[in-house]
Ligand binder design. Structure first.
Ligand code: MG
Length: 204
């Protein structure tokens, strides 16, 4: 199982970090040691002073595929869940300034909490109109809708599969909407798809 992630897929998040709008999806990966399950604690790492939450819808791939054409790409989505792309923003900023890779800023242990519950793609009447959100200590900090994505699920799958053979069970983080921000020890994060709370993570 691999974890792929898309950066800069929501315009207003690109603006809040003063990034450029990409011509093609920005791709990075996280190792499977980054995975955190629902209700497992996230331990604030000593190497960063600026860990940010980025709530994202997560696609789970249902079958193997390579060079998947756009028009068949949606059939590769087995189910959709929610996750948090924890980011060491201070390390990422340094890497960006020097043009270096983001691996340590994005792929450290525990940086990929993912819900246990995934809903089958068929559960959603319209994949381009899914609401999702993140609360920190009961306050809504991020709200997104897939209608605001620059690159659709189909395009992301098709594009990724041109470089990487996708395998059953792979996860794809599809980008975060605006409202990213720091977490501190003691925070409790809740992530929702529509009104369903699917993920709870405490920062320790
Ligand atoms: Mg992200």
């Amino acid at each position: 199982m691999r974890i792929f992630a898309i950066g800069r897929n929501y315009v207003e998040h690109i603006r809040e970090l003063n990034n450029e709008r990409p011509e093609e999806p920005v791709i990075f990966t996280k190792p499977d040691t980054a995975l955190l399950r629902n209700k497992q604690p996230f331990y604030y790492p000593g190497f960063s002073h600026d860990i940010h939450h980025e709530v994202e819808l997560v696609l789970r791939i249902g079958k193997n595929g390579k060079n998947i054409p756009d028009q068949h790409a949606l059939s590769y989505i087995e189910a959709i869940g929610i996750g948090i792309d924890f980011t060491a923003r201070d390390l990422q900023q340094k890497a960006k300034e020097k043009g270096l890779p983001w691996d340590i800023a994005k792929g450290f242990d525990g940086s990929a909490p993912v819900s246990d519950v995934f809903w089958p793609a068929a559960h959603f009447p319209d994949l381009s109109n899914i609401n999702f959100s993140l609360q920190v200590d009961g306050q809504t900090k991020q709200q997104g809708n897939t209608g605001l994505m620059i690159f659709s699920f189909a395009y992301i799958i098709s594009y990724l599969s041109g470089f990487f053979t996708l395998r059953q069970g792979d996860l794809i983080f599809t980008g975060t909407p605006k409202g990213v921000g720091p977490v501190i020890r003691g925070n409790v994060l809740h992530a929702f798809i529509e009104d369903e709370k699917l993920l709870e993570i405490e920062i320790r």
